[in-house]
Design a protein around this ligand. Structure first.
Ligand SMILES: Nc1nc2c(ncn2[C@@H]2O[C@H](COP(=O)(O)OP(=O)(O)OP(=O)(O)O)[C@@H](O)[C@H]2O)c(=O)[nH]1
Ligand SMILES: [Mg+2]
Length: 619
């Protein structure tokens, strides 16, 4: 009955509500910087300190982090690029679809992103602006990459929802809104592409209210659209900013600005009396009908500050950035997986969680990076740090001593990082998405991040036996990164030639794997699709699970029990039409073609099946 929340159709709305309650624990989360782990694990380190200083209040207070989300093509990457430009991180902005003499964007740096003009993977960037450190996560809009977007959202304490002014709310934006809602983080709305014919701003506000039950509060208000787009009214100051296109890639010049009370000045500048009359009327009406702007409601996500502009022509971006910096939430505290304790940013222990892993960020280095969102304490690279790993029981220690800050695919070694930052550290292979790292002897564990059921499956095979080693290495690394999920036939050991079954939300994810195998490991691959559309993990009903994360099957014994259950059902002829496979941790997984068969097994055979899984504990 359950589907990935990011690919739901409308008639699954009731089911998503149930799901949202279930995964609330998982998503109680927070932003951007980067660390390299030297060597592999060690039981303890004499050179590294196991406790670190508390993060200075000033450093916590000055951090703002934000994920940019929306339906594909609304302009997230363009907007990110322009925010970096106005934030001073770039001297010149690049374009998503480059012409001959243009540069590419900082966030769409993968070759496939450049070739196709779409974002495939979320990107972390940061800049300092007016005493603040802003960390930005640019996310992919395409539904096939929704799991990556969903993970990036766990690392953000604020979100910006971009809307294409001509299209209003589109399906993927609706699904992502449901995910943002789970944590009630501040949500800013930016209606983009006002340089093109757009829906009326009232219509867009209505749509958001009807669809999401979310009240928007226009901070700026557009004057016309498309060819008639003349600028915006800043409702907070009653200043009118007149639209002008900036030279490609450059900041707009000091904008012409008039007071709303200077009606004759406006008529002269706008040269369209109808538009000026409409502006004056709108300004008055909005003042009458809108509930007051309410800081507390912005912070709890029940009121969304609304902006209009055109990221491509740089209009409205600097206004947005200024207001965002004033209104956004600083780093938040985070609920632990016991569902009781919370870790505050000023907690004395360092803690952070992995929300993304990436192989070959720089193909020349061939390294594996884990992106850690720092929740509390301070990363101190001068003395090196010894961190515990929540999923290894008893906790194993790792030495972290060369964190890096991330800016797209650029990295820089840093000595300090604070709550709200994202740091990149070398992944020795044991860090999985959702793992918590912490200093000190008291174990800290944030809720794990689940992998959802894929919806399309295919065998992947190597057509050239001579490139066996490279093929295997490439596939292993991409699978560890979580680019797609992988399964093997039951009992299939790793030397078998039957082939690995890949599972993805959509076909584009397979394209990414094949293209990256070719570009990064120089190997070809063949796919053979198989006719299944859902995976279910067999639940071990582990009542002792104090982390409230079902379907773990961490011990050999619980795995054996689950396999016995499957075997008994198969012997009874109950698994006809179901494919029995094992996941990368050799746990039983069933592949289905339709939901009624799942319902049937759950009802008639009392089989406890889950549509998601967590990595098992390392015991
Ligand atoms: N006319 C106009 N075009 C825009 C504007 N902003 C972005 N675009 C164009 O819209 C297209 C998509 O922009 P992107 O920034 O890649 O959109 P995205 O939301 O990042 O797309 P995905 O990451 O693939 O979901 C590009 O061709 C941009 O040049 C705008 O303000 N006006
Ligand atoms: Mg993009």
């Amino acid at each position: 009955m359950w589907k990935n929340p990011l690919t739901l159709n409308n008639h699954y709305v009731v089911i998503i509500l149930v799901l949202i309650v279930t995964i609330t624990n998982v998503l109680k989360s927070a932003s951007s910087f980067s660390a390299t782990i030297k060597g592999s694990s060690s039981s303890s380190s004499s050179s590294s300190s196991s406790s670190t200083p508390k993060a200075p209040k000033l450093e916590i207070e000055r951090r703002r982090n934000v994920a940019i989300i929306s339906h594909p093509d609304s302009g997230k990457t363009t907007m990110t690029e322009k925010l970096l430009l106005y934030g001073g991180a770039l001297q010149q902005a690049g374009a998503v679809r480059q012409k001959a003499n243009q540069r590419g964007t900082a966030s769409d740096f993968m070759q496939m992103e450049k070739d196709r003009g779409i974002s495939i993977s979320s990107t972390v960037m940061n800049f300092d602006y007016k005493d603040l450190r802003v960390n930005i996560l640019d996310t992919p809009g395409h539904a096939d990459f929704s799991e990556d977007t969903y993970r990036a959202l766990t690392a953000a304490d604020n979100a910006v929802m971009l809307i294409d002014g001509a299209k209003g709310l589109e399906p993927q934006t609706k699904k992502l809104f449901a995910v943002v809602r789970i944590r009630d983080i501040p949500l800013f709305t930016f209606v983009n592409k006002m340089d093109r014919p757009a829906l009326s701003p009232y219509q867009i506000m209505d749509e958001i209210e009807q669809e999401f039950g979310l009240e928007t509060h226009p901070i700026v208000w557009p004057i016309g659209d498309g060819e008639q787009f003349r600028g915006v009214l800043d409702r907070m100051t009653n200043k009118v900013f007149l639209y002008q296109r900036a030279e490609r890639g450059k900041k707009a010049n000091e904008q012409d600005c008039l007071d709303l009370t200077d009606v004759q000045g406006l008529r002269n500048a706008i040269q369209d009396d109808q538009l000026v009359d409409k502006l004056l009327e709108d300004a008055e009406l909005l003042n009458e009908i809108l509930p007051p702007l309410d800081e507390a409601r912005i912070l709890d996500g029940s009121q969304s500050p609304l902006f209009f502009g055109s990221a491509m022509t740089n209009f409205g971006v600097s206004e947005f950035l200024n207001y965002f910096c004033n209104m956004a939430s600083k780093p938040l505290s985070r609920l632990c997986s016991d569902n009781l304790s919370k870790i505050h940013p000023d907690h004395e222990q360092f803690s952070g969680f992995v929300f993304k892993t990436q192989a070959n960020l720089d193909p020349k280095h061939r390294d594996r990076l884990a992106y850690i969102r720092i929740v509390s304490g301070m990363y101190d690279g001068t003395a090196g740090m010894s961190v515990g790993h929540s999923r290894s029981k008893p906790s194993k220690k790792y030495n972290v001593n060369a964190a890096q800050s991330l800016f797209g695919n650029q990295r820089e070694t840093i000595t300090t990082a604070f709550p709200g930052d994202v740091i990149g550290i070398n992944n020795p292979g044991n860090f999985a998405i959702g793992d918590t790292l912490y200093t000190g002897s008291k174990r800290i564990a944030f809720p794990p991040i689940p992998s959802f059921s894929p919806e399309t499956f295919a065998y992947i095979r190597n057509p050239n036996p001579s490139s066996y080693k490279n093929f295997q290495k490439g596939l292993d690394q991409l699978l560890q990164e979580g680019a797609v999920q992988s399964f093997r036939q039951r009992g299939d050991d790793e030397s078998s030639q039957i082939g690995i079954i890949l599972g993805a939300v959509g076909q584009l994810q397979f394209d990414v794997v094949q293209t990256r195998l070719k570009n990064e490991y120089n190997v070809d691959s063949d796919l053979e699709y198989i006719n299944y559309s859902m995976a279910r993990w067999v639940n071990d009903d582990n009542d002792d699970d104090d982390d409230n994360t079902s379907v773990v099957l961490s011990t050999e014994e619980s795995k054996k029990k689950a396999w016995e259950t499957i075997q008994a059902l198969e012997d009874d002829g109950k698994l006809f039409g179901v494919m029995i496979v094992q996941d990368m941790w050799n746990r039983p997984v069933l592949l289905f073609r339709n939901e009624w068969k799942i319902d049937d097994l759950m009802k008639d055979c009392k089989l406890n099946l889950a549509p998601w899984c967590y990595p098992p504990d390392l015991v």
